[in-house]
Design a protein around this ligand. Structure first.
Ligand code: X2W
Length: 305
């Protein structure tokens, strides 16, 4: 009976999305893989500017829950932090994709991430009928972090430690809190702001925060939504599925570069620490989350062993 209801629900949604019978069949065969499982979705700041895409994302999250999947959203907001910093005339810079975060910057990062953006996403999901609850890593010690000591090889070949200020590296996640919320059909929406052991506030890269949450929950999938098609090979063709070992080779061989490196590293770490699969997904594609989870082709690159 339940399966029939789910079939009807999925078919109805599928028709709304104009997909065919064979595609519904394909979706249902993937459905069994994720029903009852936890899926952590990282929603990046770049993906949020398009209002229609944001609504599509919220619809996907609500539908996932209706299908019996337990979704957790971890969001970013880098461009939005940059906008407010520039309005406040505070200059900002990055080292390997991480913002150098002094005391004034972490204050702005917390305002933007835990304030405006967190509530925007929770409201968008609620508007589609979900029970979203916005939290930051500072609520009930959801994410406890330590100052990140970033090592980088200098021009002379020596390893140097770079002080990024109040940038945190997650050390623990209060998974029990998230499990309790998920058990009440609440969709947690998590801002990547963490608490330090001495009460400090740390800003955490949102991909890293999502990876830590996915690992703590033993999620079946970590989806990292971004604004590129996925991981490309040397001939610029999309790689639909790769292993952690081949991901490491792609980085070592210089085929994967720039901002994709930390994303791919997050995916590899998650898979090596109990997450069944981590995908780098093209968030610009409408209903990318559903496509990645419920279609053979997916909507990006899946890293799994
Ligand atoms: C990030 C947090 C937000 C983030 C920042 O300040 O931009 C650090 O870099 P996106 O949208 O996923 O880039 N924190 C330490 O990661 O957002």
């Amino acid at each position: 009976m339940l399966a029939l209801l789910l079939l009807l629900l999925l078919a109805t949604e599928a028709l709304r999305m104009s997909i065919s019978g064979p595609q519904i069949y394909e979706s249902l065969s993937h459905f069994g893989m994720h029903a009852g499982k936890t899926v952590v979705v990282k929603y990046g700041g770049h993906a949020m500017s398009d209002e229609a895409a944001a609504r599509c994302f919220a619809q996907d999250i609500v539908l996932l829950q209706k299908l019996g999947v337990r979704p957790v959203v971890v969001h970013g907001g880098g461009p939005q932090i940059g906008n407010l910093l520039s309005r406040l005339n505070v200059s900002t810079s990055f080292v390997d994709g991480l913002r150098i975060t002094d005391a004034a910057t972490v204050e702005v990062a917390e305002m933007v991430l835990s304030g405006t953006i967190n509530k925007q996403i929770a409201a968008a999901i609620s508007a589609e009928g979900g029970h979203a609850l916005g939290l930051s890593g500072r609520d009930d010690s959801l994410i406890v972090a330590e100052r990140l000591l970033k090592e980088r090889r200098g021009d002379d070949g020596h390893l140097e430690v770079i002080d990024l200020g109040f940038v945190g590296e997650p050390k623990s996640v209060n998974a029990a809190l998230l499990v309790r919320l998920l058990g009440q059909d609440v969709i947690p929406v998590v801002a990547p702001i963490a608490t330090g052991r001495n009460g400090e506030t740390f800003s955490v890269n949102a991909d890293t925060a999502a990876g830590a949450v996915a690992q703590a929950l033993g999620a079946s999938r970590l989806l990292l939504l971004t604004d590129v098609p996925g991981v490309l090979d040397a001939r610029k063709n999309l790689l639909e599925a790769i292993t952690p070992a081949s991901a490491r080779d792609l980085i070592a061989d210089g085929i994967v570069r720039g901002g994709m490196i930390p994303k791919l590293q997050t995916a590899v770490t998650a898979v090596n620490n109990g997450v069944d699969g981590a995908a780098i997904v093209d968030g610009r594609v409408p209903h990318a989350v559903l496509l990645e989870l419920f279609s053979e082709k997916g909507a990006g690159t899946l890293v799994s062993s």
